[in-house]
Write a protein that binds this ligand. Structure first.
Ligand code: SF4
Ligand code: SF4
Length: 441
């Protein structure tokens, strides 16, 4: 390797493009024996990574080789679902030239792309409670992140654009490559606009994505924008009031434990059993002294528990609330067991994605979203200063400055975890607010 990959990633402002936003240069600074490219794309309706793997298989393997070398690994794995036939074929065609690299095929279950689930699937290792993959010698990197790294390494290209699937109730579901900082409404227009009058937009996938306003901005972590009719079961679920849900839990939770049977973190033998937290909340019962609100820290928020529950209760919402309350009160996670094997019968409890799509009421929207070749020129962008885990970026431009696409406009604050930010269109800086920089062409 003739360049320092960590410095390349830092300079180019690369962060986890799958939704996490963790600065890649920090991830690359550690050492690991295994690198996994996360090509699971397990959220229903998202179509970015599977198409990128089919189109850019060679670049992806080059990127993986670079990361393997950087962290001193002996094994590099592209992990993806067996059903992504074009991507599987493209990767297999190129693999012979890369003796250290391999492909790992998974079934279509949710959440196959959860980092900790992925690590267990590929290596058999269990990330400790409250831990991250590097704790067991593994670096996990999203497909688009790896391709951004390759572009930065070979061409010095910083992150200025983002691949986003525009799906759901839109005229032409599609996957676009758009400048950072355009509005969600502009992105949806590229798919022909919404086909229903009353809709809610989800940023990310339907399981772990968040409701966003049409005026919010596309960032380095936007993977999908889904237009969902507001009267759909998914939107009812997301908007259901926590207090109402807890009242229902007191009345209706029958402690069947189906939620715990499917919980992907519980199945890694982490001490999270959502039915016991529901018992705590619904009945104020502490009959199992090993369960306290602290156990909620081990919930990854995948929301699967709701879809296993015949009463449509929402343990995930309770857990999210508990984490918020504990966080505000300075109560940190203290659970850090290191299970050496997963729970018994884990392999029989993987939750099928097609079943989930039906339960979410999204079967009509489970269609291809092919890549669009060309996008219009956007005249104005507002780039949020915080598009990453850690501190917001600090502006290095002032109002009136003329910038080219790719110029540095904000940098990592001194001694902080963060990411550089670059102009996504050419133009003049017209506003620098507390939270964003506006550029007009
Ligand atoms: S699946 Fe539903 S009813 Fe059963 S224990 Fe969990 S929350 Fe209660
Ligand atoms: S959201 Fe539910 S299923 Fe997912 S990790 Fe949390 S408790 Fe388990």
């Amino acid at each position: 390797m003739d360049k320092n990959l960590t410095a390349v990633a830092e300079s180019a402002g690369i962060v986890g493009a799958g939704g996490a936003g963790f600065p890649t240069h920090v991830k690359l600074a550690g050492s690991a024996d295994t690198v996994i490219i996360n090509g699971a794309e397990c959220e229903p309706l998202l179509r970015v990574d599977q198409q990128l793997m089919a189109r850019d298989a060679k670049k992806l393997l080059e990127a993986l080789s670079l990361v393997v070398e950087q962290v001193g690994a002996s094994r590099g794995v592209v992990a993806l679902k067996e059903k992504y036939h074009e991507a599987v074929d493209a990767i297999k065609r190129e693999l012979a030239a890369y003796p250290k690299l391999e492909i790992f095929l998974m079934g279509s279950f949710y959440p196959a792309g959860d980092e900790q689930v992925l690590v267990c699937e590929v290596t058999g290792r269990i990330v400790p409670e409250g831990g991250i993959p590097i704790n067991v010698g593994v670096v996990v990197m999203n497909v688009e992140t790896a391709l951004n790294l390759y572009a930065a390494y070979t061409d010095g290209a910083p992150v200025t654009d983002k691949y986003v699937t525009i799906g759901g109730a839109v005229a032409r579901p599609t996957t676009v490559y758009v400048p950072l900082g355009i509005t969600v409404a502009e992105a949806i227009a590229l798919a022909g606009g919404a086909t229903v009058a009353d809709y809610t937009v989800i940023n990310g996938g339907p399981m772990m994505g968040a409701v966003v306003s049409p005026e919010s901005r596309v960032t380095k972590t936007t993977k999908g924008l889904l237009v969902i009719p507001s009267d759909s079961p998914l939107i009812h679920s997301l908007k259901k009031d926590l207090r109402r849900m807890l009242k229902d839990a007191g009345i209706a939770c029958m402690q069947c434990s189906m939620c715990s049977e499917v919980c992907p973190r519980g199945l890694l033998n982490h001490r999270i059993q959502p039915h016991k937290l529901m018992r705590l909340a619904g009945y104020s019962s502490t009959c199992d002294e090993s369960v306290t609100p602290l156990n909620a820290w081990l919930c990854c928020g995948c929301r699967l528990c709701e879809y296993a529950c015949v009463m449509q209760l929402q343990p995930w919402k309770l857990n999210g609330n508990l984490k918020g309350v504990m966080g505000k009160n300075g109560i940190k996670n203290t659970l850090n067991n290191k299970p050496d094997k997963p729970a018994p019968f884990r392999e029989y409890k993987r939750y099928p994605v097609h079943k989930l799509i039906r339960q979410l009421g999204l079967a009509d929207y489970d269609v291809p979203a092919p890549m669009s070749a060309r996008q219009p020129d956007f005249k104005k962008v507002a780039l949020p200063l915080k598009q990453n885990v850690g501190a917001p970026s600090s502006p290095v431009v002032k109002v009136g400055d003329v910038v080219k696409k790719g110029d540095l406009i904000a940098k990592i604050p001194d001694k902080a975890l963060g990411a550089n930010l670059h102009a996504s269109i050419a133009g003049r800086v017209t506003d620098i607010g507390e939270s964003s920089i506006t550029i007009e062409a």
